[in-house]
Design a protein around this ligand. Structure first.
Ligand SMILES: Nc1ncnc2c1ncn2[C@@H]1O[C@H](COP(=O)(O)OP(=O)(O)OP(=O)(O)O)[C@@H](O)[C@H]1O
Ligand SMILES: Cc1ncc(CO)c(N)n1
Length: 270
């Protein structure tokens, strides 16, 4: 019998595992597969979590995190990397050191701070490390409104403040900035993008009336990283990622009783 050999571009996610399968590394892996991209993983944290909230967090020992990076770098050909939940200052620093050391292609930093139910996924002290160690490495940083406020110290309550915050994130070293609007009030959600060449644009979509939005931020960043691994430029990677995300929100699946996960088969339902 003849065999079939195929090659898929490889991406890497550096984040936490969600036992309920909807966010973190689980969302990233599902997103990569849906894009026909092969996902490698560096596990930084294990969470006991469901659609109601986070019940437990365990950060892994530094040595096994460093070993995961080395194992991947020694063997795979990673074309894009994204980071998610990193936990505390020490782990942010370990990850930043590894990302500076190895060439995994474009670096998407999703500065995950708080889970949907309000549980902290990044300690307060770690915010400084994200600013000083991770943002200078970022090809793209993708904060939500609260994360953008924390990182810049700016209260984002007007479109002007939003633009100011994006420029501050650039001055901290992130080349491109995407501030997500999912936490805004109202039925129209706007993401604001400021590119390295100072071009700016927005992506606007209507809010889907659903509580099943567990893992939206992770999925968005993982879809951008997948598109970059496929060879798309940054702007089309962002736009296509947004479309992918929307299909996962509009085609709902029923898992759990709270903030349920997205539907990564969503594209096949349309
Ligand atoms: N109910 C919704 N309907 C449509 N789009 C949504 C909805 N909720 C979130 N989004 C979109 O998902 C993206 C991520 O939104 P958000 O600002 O909530 O990120 P996040 O807080 O990082 O997500 P997470 O809670 O997974 O960490 C945004 O582009 C936002 O417009
Ligand atoms: C492990 C993990 N990473 C990220 C998030 C944010 O969506 C979460 N809830 N859990």
């Amino acid at each position: 019998m003849s065999s079939n050999v195929q090659q898929f571009p490889q991406m890497l996610t550096v984040a936490g595992i969600d036992s309920s399968g909807g966010a973190g590394i689980n969302a990233d892996v599902a997103t990569a597969f849906a894009h026909h991209v092969y996902p490698a993983t560096v596990v930084v944290a294990v969470t006991a979590q469901n659609t109601y909230g986070v019940q437990g967090v365990q950060l892994l020992e530094p040595q096994i995190i460093e070993q995961q990076f080395a194992s991947i770098a020694d063997d795979l050909a990673i074309r894009a990397v994204k980071t998610g939940m990193l936990g505390d200052q020490q782990h942010v620093e370990i990850v930043a050191k590894a990302l500076a050391n190895y060439d995994f292609g474009p670096i998407i930093i999703d500065p995950v701070m708080v889970a949907k139910g309000g549980a902290k996924l990044l300690s307060n002290e770690a915010v400084t490390a994200v600013k000083t160690k991770l943002l200078p490495l970022a090809t793209l940083v993708t904060p939500n409104l609260l994360e953008a406020q924390q990182l810049t110290g700016i209260e984002i309550n007007t479109p002007d403040n939003l633009v100011t915050a994006a420029h501050i994130l650039q001055s901290l070293g992130a080349k491109n900035v995407l501030i997500k609007g999912g936490h805004a009030i109202g039925n129209e959600l706007t993401d604001y993008i400021l590119l390295a060449n100072q071009t700016e644009f927005t992506l606007v979509n209507s809010r889907v009336d659903t509580i099943r939005t567990h893992g939206t931020g992770d999925t968005y960043a993982a879809a951008i990283a997948s598109n970059l691994a496929l060879g798309y430029d940054l702007v089309s990677s962002i736009k296509q990622a947004k479309e992918y995300l929307y299909t996962t929100i509009t085609n709902q699946i029923i898992v759990g009783h709270g903030h349920g996960p997205l539907n990564h088969w969503g594209r096949m339902c349309n």
